[in-house]
Design a protein around this ligand. Structure first.
Ligand SMILES: [Zn+2]
Length: 119
């Protein structure tokens, strides 16, 4: 992740107590990391709900994850899968394109785009 103040890259530690201020500008990054953790929790919940067959709940949970952390490729990749499963293929392709922009090396997203963009 990047510091929102100075754009320095920082590592996310396992516990919030270990979170140090930005090494470059000294900004307190704890609130941001808490937000990031909540986003990850929503995304995990979305995957669990998807696995349990509750697609609408999975979509809501994953949308919450995206609302809290818009720059995560995995969240958008999963949103694309959920759109595709509900027949919303244009939205699926848009989500995957955004995911690919965030992470050009994501092979799963590249494969999906190859299949669906050539429809
Ligand atoms: Zn900084």
């Amino acid at each position: 992740m990047k510091c929102p103040v100075c754009r320095a890259t920082y590592r996310v530690t396992d516990s919030i107590e270990q979170t140090k201020p930005c090494h470059r500008c000294g900004a307190d990054l704890a609130p941001l990391i808490q937000l990031h953790d909540r986003a990850i929790a929503h995304h995990r919940q979305a995957i669990a709900q998807f696995t349990a067959g509750d697609l609408p709940a999975a979509i809501v949970a994953n949308d919450l994850a995206i609302a809290l952390h818009t720059q995560n490729s995995a969240f958008h990749a999963f949103a694309g899968q959920l759109f595709a499963l509900t027949g919303k293929f244009d939205e699926a392709v848009r989500s995957w394109q955004f995911a690919q922009k965030l992470d050009p090396k994501n092979m799963l997203v590249s494969n999906y785009l190859e299949i669906f963009e050539s429809r």
